[in-house]
Design a protein around this ligand. Sequence first.
Ligand SMILES: Nc1ncnc2c1ncn2[C@@H]1O[C@H](COP(=O)(O)OP(=O)(O)O)[C@@H](O)[C@H]1O
Ligand SMILES: [Mg+2]
Length: 392
Amino acid sequence: MTGRSFAPRLGSEGSSTGRALDGPGKECLLDGPDVFFRGVVEGMRCGIVTVDQEGCVLTVNELAREILELDTPVEAGRPVRDVLARHPRLAEVLIDALEMSQLPNRAEMEIRSREDDGRTIGFTISPIVAEGQQHGVALFFKDLTQVERQEEQERLRDRLAALGQMAASLAHEIRNPLASIEVMATLLRRKLARCGAGDDALVSVEKIAAEVARLNQTVTRGLEFARPIAPEMQLRPLAAALDEALAEARARFAGSRVTVERSYEAAAPNVEHDPTLMRQVFTNILVNAYQAVGETGRIEIDVRPVARPERQPGAVEVVIRDDGPGIPPEVRDKIFYPFVTTKEGGSGIGLAMARKIIECHHGMIDVAVGERGGTAFTLRLPVAVDHGQGRG
Ligand SMILES: Nc1ncnc2c1ncn2[C@@H]1O[C@H](COP(=O)(O)OP(=O)(O)O)[C@@H](O)[C@H]1O
Ligand SMILES: [Mg+2]
């Protein structure tokens, strides 16, 4: 990216490193070992920080600056505690490592980050030894946050697949007796009417039939939610799915005087997604927003690009905000679970389905409630779905 880091300053300029390269013609081709090694270090697909025996930073490569969110360029020879002021634990580990004989290998650590809740890095520290002498230590690390999220999602997918199978067989077991109950209730109603039973008895039988119908609907929705989905991906602007969803939500609330303000950044790249499924996600959220704001509220929709560290392809973020009363505190932690609803006649499936669809797009969905009401749903979708990214 921007800024320069500095070359390893091992021994006398290029003494030990230079020898390995001293083949005829190689040095002139590569403009000297210093440039060559700087290129190697900069281009490595893991973050590298080297520290000399005095605890001063010698090298910080590009990926290290990105993951640690350091302001570039990093000045050569500054104490590691200053350079890593935002990551004091990491600085201490490096300073301790200068004195240790057993250095951390494949260890993990939580570090702070500006945007997310924090990051997890996986790291190894090696001594820098040249000509029989230790000159400092080198930290090699990777951002595991993405990998951890993926593992979590895989676990969730496995759980959902198992749940789907269970739901399908449960639905079968429930629907058959429900159908019999419905038939029996209808017969009973006829018999009662024929033998001149009172209204009370008829009302009771009708209640049974109504409850049966409701249960049937719940089972059908549950089955719909549990069924695995197979997205058909297309590379398209998310804004298109959003506008279609908005048109659908507007049509459902025709006559309402809700103000909808859209702010779509033109720089937002196309995103690989299933347009029908994503439209369903946005419709579910927008319908909730319309229901929350009432007749004259306000809904804002923002779309913006998000750069990802570690040369990952970027993401697009969508925020749907409303100035309604906010999510009732008693359901705040559970709104993405199926059947959680505070609405008369609500299904409680909308947000559960939204999360399921977002997760099968390898994205994320989150909600924030303002102190004085108002709700904001944030969705992030990676520009391209990365199939099979491994740790290490
Ligand atoms: N924009 C919003 N403002 C306030 N509450 C909301 C909003 N969106 C969702 N909720 C809460 O989350 C619950 C679950 O939403 P959802 O899954 O769509 O089911 P349903 O809309 O059928 O209730 C709602 O019943 C409501 O309590
Ligand atoms: Mg809903």
